[in-house]
Write a protein that binds this ligand. Structure first.
Ligand code: HEM
Length: 412
């Protein structure tokens, strides 16, 4: 078992803290405005809940590679009163919450399976999946896009990657989203048993799939993963199981929210939507700009093992430190006119900050970009006359952000 870097479940603000302490109310409906206001004068702010938020891009780049900041281990489920069971085990055995050599061991088997080249081969299949989803509702002339497209695409892609039978995909998808609510910490106490039950179902699916591939390797994603894990001989069976679970969870809600926001932003900036429809070569830049402007993942959580000086302000040891990529992606020091949505913006760095940095940088980045690019490409090609009837509300300014509904219509 790895030690938990989180010292206090409540992360209390210490008496000597000289940072402004913000509340949820201050972030309100426009967290970007609050970030903008404080980022000008402070590299870090404290939050009423007890965590610190780091606001500027340069500090986040540095801190996300600083070995004195650790992933959170099992501190979060313990905060929710969950100290055993399969939800707890996802934090105990998964790569996302692990540190040092344990993290390296758990992540290593994916370097081959997630190579950009291997992912690129999936592009035509993913395009076809997006087109198939659109064909299901095109004739109706309207759709609620979150449920009927954005939630389904990443779940189908992951199911295909794992070789799950088609008939199991709807139940699998439901379980994934029930579990995700817990992992995102957006679960109500009474929903925890539902999430635990869903996690057991997912474990059951993955266990059967791994057993099948072990008996009969077929050169697919899971067979390659097992071969790499066996060759290294560094993962226990339960660790193998949970790395796949973390992958499933990491690759669904993140992409669902991003797939919605990119369409919403482009339709709200109609001239840019029209440009994308006329010139599909603009799609990768449009995806990147939507991820920057209204990100699906707002931050990365770390816990310092010692007091950390951030431009003269101290983030105390043991206090949850939220690296706010959402704030950083509008940092005036990096982006010209950061509050303007502009798909022609020159990319400031090769590595998009939304996917994190350092040892935990997103393993599914290449896949996520392909999913987002192909879903936008399919939609722009099939329905250039698309209209936004009701924009979704996007909420939250840490972790994975939440959206409600998005209604679209078109003339058939
Ligand atoms: C728009 C979509 C996505 C976004 C914004 C995103 C963002 C991130 C970020 C910020 C991290 C780093 C977390 C940290 O440092 O604590 C991360 C890690 C991770 N992501 Fe993604 N992700 C996306 C899609 C995906 C997809 C499609 C997959 C896989 C199918 C995936 C799998 C993972 C995994 C397994 C990790 C853990 C890596 C580690 O701990 O070493 N993600 N992601």
């Amino acid at each position: 078992m790895q030690p938990d870097p989180v010292q206090s479940p409540a992360f209390p603000i210490s008496a000597h803290c000289d940072l402004p302490v913000l509340t949820d109310e201050q972030f309100g409906d426009d967290p970007h405005a609050t970030f903008r206001r404080y980022r000008a004068d402070y590299p870090v702010v404290a939050h009423q809940a007890g965590n610190c938020l780091v606001l500027r891009q340069a500090d986040i780049d540095r801190l996300s590679k600083d070995p004195r900041l650790l992933a959170s281990g099992t501190g979060f489920p313990k905060m929710l009163g969950v100290t055993d069971g399969s939800l707890f085990d996802a934090f105990e055995y998964g790569m996302l919450t692990a540190n040092g050599d344990v993290h390296r061991r758990r992540r290593a088997p994916f370097s081959r399976t997630f190579a950009a080249r291997a992912m690129a081969e999936l592009r035509p299949v993913i395009r076809r999946t997006a087109e198939r989803l659109i064909e299901e509702w095109y004739a109706a002339g309207h759709v609620e896009f979150v449920e009927h497209f954005a939630a389904r695409l990443p779940a189908v892609v992951i199911s295909d990657l794992l070789g799950l039978p088609q008939r199991d995909i709807p139940a699998f998808t439901r379980h994934v989203y029930d579990v995700t609510r817990f992992i995102n910490l957006s679960v109500l106490p009474e929903e925890i048993p539902v999430a635990e039950n869903a996690m057991r179902h997912l474990l059951g699916y993955v266990e059967v799939l791994l057993d099948d591939r072990r008996r009969q390797p077929c050169g697919d994603f899971l067979s390659t993963f097992l071969a790499a894990a066996d060759e290294a001989g560094e993962l226990s069976p339960i660790e193998m199981l949970f790395q796949i679970i973390i992958l499933i969870i990491g690759g669904t809600d993140t992409t669902r929210v991003a797939a919605v926001m990119q369409v919403c932003l482009l339709l709200q900036h109609r001239e840019q939507w029209n440009e994308v429809c006329l010139d599909p070569a603009l799609i990768p830049a449009a995806v990147a700009e939507a991820l920057r402007y209204e990100p699906s993942v707002a931050s990365i959580g770390r816990v310092p093992t010692e007091d950390i000086d951030v431009d003269g302000f101290i983030v105390p040891a043991g206090r949850l430190c939220t690296l706010s990529t959402m704030s950083a992606m509008r940092d005036e020091r990096v982006y010209a006119t950061p509050d303007v949505f502009d798909i022609h913006r020159a990319a400031p760095t090769r590595l998009h900050p939304i996917f994190g940095a350092g040892a935990h940088r997103c393993i599914g980045e290449a896949l996520a970009r392909i999913e987002l690019e192909e879903s936008l490409g399919a939609l722009a090609a099939a329905i250039p006359q698309l209209q936004l009837e009701a924009a979704p509300t996007i909420r939250g300014y840490t972790g994975i952000r939440r959206i409600d509904r998005m209604h679209l219509s078109w003339i058939v």
